[in-house]
Structure formats: C-alpha cells, structure tokens
Design a protein around this ligand. Structure first.
Ligand SMILES: NC(=O)c1ccc[n+]([C@@H]2O[C@H](COP(=O)([O-])OP(=O)(O)OC[C@H]3O[C@@H](n4cnc5c(N)ncnc54)[C@H](O)[C@@H]3O)[C@@H](O)[C@H]2O)c1
Ligand SMILES: O=C(O)[C@H](O)COP(=O)(O)O
Length: 411
C-alpha cells in the first residue's frame, strides 16, 4: 500500500451534492477517512471556505468550479465529477494548475437512454396532455394525435454513448434511427448517419439531443432549427440546458407547430430542491418537465460513486491519470519497494533533461520513468529508491517550469 508525503488521514476529501454512499465506501476502504460530506451543492462563498484546505473534491452537475473558486483551492490535487458532464468545471484553469479532472463517462448512459425511450412512447401517444387533463377531471379518450413508435423516425443529434444506446433501444421498438454528429461514427444496428443537421431535423418524427455543452452546441436548436421540424414532431433534450433556445421552443409549442417535448435540462436550474423552478415551459400540458434526473437512478449513482472514487483513490495512491479529461493520461500500476515522484510542469522544452541531469548530479538512481504531455502541461512520473526520495523531491521542485510535485512512498 502506498504511503504519501502526507498521511492519508490528513488528505481532505470534500464530497458535494449527495454523491452516492458507494463513493464514501471506496475512499474509506482505500484509507481516506478525512471526508467532508455535503448533501447539496454549496454557494460560491461556502464552497471557497470548504475547498480551501481540500486535496480532492467530488461534485455533480450543479457545483460550479470556476476560475475564482479554483484559484482559492490552494491544496487541491484532483477533481472528481460524479457524472458525465464536466462543463461545470473550468477545465483549462484546472489543467494549468496541474489538477486532473475525472468523470464517469458511461455509468449513467443506460439510465438516460431508458428515460428518453419512455418519453418517446409517452409523447407519441399524447399521454402527457391526457394525464394532465385527467388530473383536472377531464377525460380525453380519443385516438387523435396518438401514434405507435413503430415505423417512426428517431433523429439523434450527438451519436455518442447515450445516442448510440438510445438508437439500439429504439430499433427494438421498430423505429428507424438516423443521426447527426460532427464526427464520422460507426452506425450501430440499422442506424444511418445524416451529414446535415437541418436534413436530419426535417426527416425525424422525434429529435433527441445528446451533445455535450460546448461553445458550438450553445443554442444549436434555435428558432431556425425548430422551424425545420416536421409538424406534429417531438423534441427531447436530456443533454444540457444551453443546447436549446428555450423561449423559441416555448413559442413553437404554444403555436402547436410541434406535438410535444420532454425537457430534463434547462438554461437555468434551481440550485437546490428548495428553490423554485422557473421556465417558460411551465403549464404546457404537452411537455414532460423533469428536474435533471436523466442519470438519477440508484444503479447509475452507485456505479458512478464506485467509478469516480476509484479514480481519485488511484490518482492519490499511484499517480494514475487514466481517463482524466484535461490531463496527460498515464496508466500506472501499484509501485513496490520504490518511491514514486509526480512532477507536473508547463509543457516547455528540456524539462525531462533537467530532471535527469539534476538526479544524475546527486547520484539518484531512477528505477522507472513515464512522461505524457498535453499542449499545455507535461506529467512526469519517476520511481526512485525510497531512501533518496526526499532529496529527489527537493531537486524536482527546483526545475524550471514546475507547477506542482508530489511524493508517494511505498512500503
Ligand atoms: N440529463 C442527464 O442527467 C444527463 C446524464 C448524462 C449525460 N448528460 C449529458 O449528455 C451529454 C452526452 O452524453 P454522452 O455520454 O452520450 O457523451 P459522448 O461524449 O459519448 O457523446 C457526445 C456526442 O456528441 C457529439 N458532438 C459533439 N459536439 C457536437 C456538435 N456540435 N454537433 C453534433 N454532435 C456533436 C460527439 O462527437 C459525440 O459523439 C453529456 O455531455 C452530458 O452533458 C445528461
Ligand atoms: O452529466 C451528467 O452525468 C448528468 O447531467 C447528471 O448530472 P447529475 O449528477 O447532477 O445528476
């Protein structure tokens, strides 16, 4: 088991937004007991106060790790997003500070795909409005505006983990699947890639969005795109709230240009379950509104907890950064009988040579060495004899371009 330059019980882990107990269990089993656990997200001021002395932070989609917050997180060495999206973290700033960000790229994929599939069936049948009427004492028994999913065309925008999974499930219902993606993607089943988003929107009976939040996807579905949608078609957004111009969507729904929508994510979401949800879509019977629960199932949350906590523990124990989203990826096994030194530096020429020279001059024997870089930073991992580790660490700290260093002993 690894021993750190800092004892494990001194390593503070801040967990926010009620991440699953499985995360706590994994961390505790790995020896990390100094855990500050919050059921909700924290506002900026409280977050800064809590993150100031934290070495790791775990969050979901609500917590904003902005430049302001990160610049105050003096001790932070790793970030875990216990979800898929990482847009809530300023990844560039984290990278420059030498802090890897981990997420759970597919632990909630199935949960989102299942929810969307259910919504497709409900919306094609006009169930949301019949349900709303029944709650008000109405009785809308009619086949008008009710359709089977079989034979209809599902247009997936963003054919990644969720988009592909949804496509497969939809085909089992007999739907025809077409997709638009900025990358050329291998179509699964009988799906067909369409290279124009406008064409896809015009062909689809159901348009479902599964893109990440990026500058390019911001309001990618606006007035013009909504106008291409078939009369009587359906829009589903379980990706990010910024992807759809919500006022434009409200207008086409009010004008009955499309038959309905299911929206799980919003440009502005309540900060906690106690805050009011405000949206122009409230009160529209043909819209399924859900409070960003696409990935909120027991199965997904438990798996995410295990996956992300495992990645944080592995980085802390061994320096392994595999699957980090903003950081050079280095896969490292446990180290035995040596100490491991982690050196994160600005990606500039000559850093490795400087380290090797400094070690050679001091007679420090290098047992193993790994280097990976991104455009911005380099990540060197060295294994040295344990009795030379402290001296090696001091040498590393003097290297020009150093952002941060860590020492992991083994015993
Ligand atoms: N509602 C929820 O609770 C919930 C749960 C999980 C994920 N999500 C959101 O869903 C998103 C998608 O998840 P995923 O796991 O499928 O991600 P993914 O990275 O596997 O897939 C995203 C796909 O979108 C494509 N893409 C990117 N930019 C595009 C653009 N401008 N136009 C068209 N395609 C584009 C990518 O090439 C990729 O194929 C996540 O980024 C997250 O924001 C929401
Ligand atoms: O990015 C994700 O995985 C989803 O948006 C889920 O986010 P959540 O953990 O806040 O529910």
């Amino acid at each position: 088991m690894a021993k750190h330059s800092l004892d494990k019980d001194k390593i503070k882990i801040l967990l926010l937004e009620g991440v699953h107990q499985s995360a706590v269990d994994v961390l505790e089993r790995a020896g990390y007991t100094n855990i500050e656990y919050h059921k909700a997200s924290l506002g900026e001021e409280a977050l800064i106060a809590s993150i100031k002395d934290a070495h790791f932070v775990g969050l979901r989609s609500r917590t904003q790790l902005s430049e302001t917050v990160l610049s105050q997180a003096d001790k932070l060495v790793g970030i875990g997003c216990f979800c898929i999206g990482t847009n809530q973290v300023n990844l560039k700033v984290a990278e420059k500070l030498g802090i890897p960000v981990f997420n759970a790229p597919f632990s909630n994929t199935r949960s989102v795909a299942e929810l969307v599939l259910g919504e497709i069936i409900m919306l094609l049948r006009g169930i949301p409005q019949r349900n709303a009427m029944a709650h008000r004492g109405g009785w809308l028994k009619s086949a008008s505006g009710s359709f089977e999913a079989r034979g209809k065309t599902l247009g997936v925008i963003g054919y990644g983990h969720i988009g592909t999974q949804l496509g497969i499930l939809a085909e089992t219902l007999g739907m025809r699947v077409i997709f638009f993606d900025i990358e050329d993607k291998l179509p699964l089943g009988n799906a067909q890639q369409i290279h124009s988003m406008q064409e896809l929107i015009a062909l689809a009976d159901v348009v479902s969005l599964h893109v990440p939040e990026t500058p390019q996807t911001k309001e990618m579905i606006g007035e013009a795109e909504l106008a291409y949608m078939k009369k009587g078609s359906i829009l589903i957004n379980a990706s990010r709230g910024t992807v759809v111009d919500i006022d434009a969507l409200a207008s086409v729904l009010e004008a009955d240009k499309i038959a309905g929508a299911a929206i799980d994510v919003f440009p502005v979401e309540p900060k906690s379950n106690d805050d009011e949800f405000i949206s122009p879509l409230r009160g529209l019977d043909n819209v399924i509104l859900t409070p960003h629960v696409g990935g909120s199932t027991q199965e997904a949350q438990e798996n995410i907890g295990i996956e992300v906590a495992g990645k944080l523990a592995k980085y802390s124990d061994n320096g392994s950064t595999m699957t980090a989203v903003n950081f050079p990826e280095v896969s490292l096994a446990q180290h035995k009988d040596t100490s491991r030194l982690l050196h994160i530096h600005h990606n500039q020429p000559g850093v490795l040579i400087q380290i090797n020279q400094a070690f050679a001059e001091k007679g420090i024997n290098i047992a193993a060495q790994y280097l990976q870089t991104t455009n911005e930073i380099g990540y060197v991992v060295m294994e040295v004899d344990s009795d030379q580790a402290e001296e090696a660490l001091e040498q590393m700290k003097t290297i020009d371009g150093t952002i941060r260093t860590r020492l992991l002993h083994s015993h």
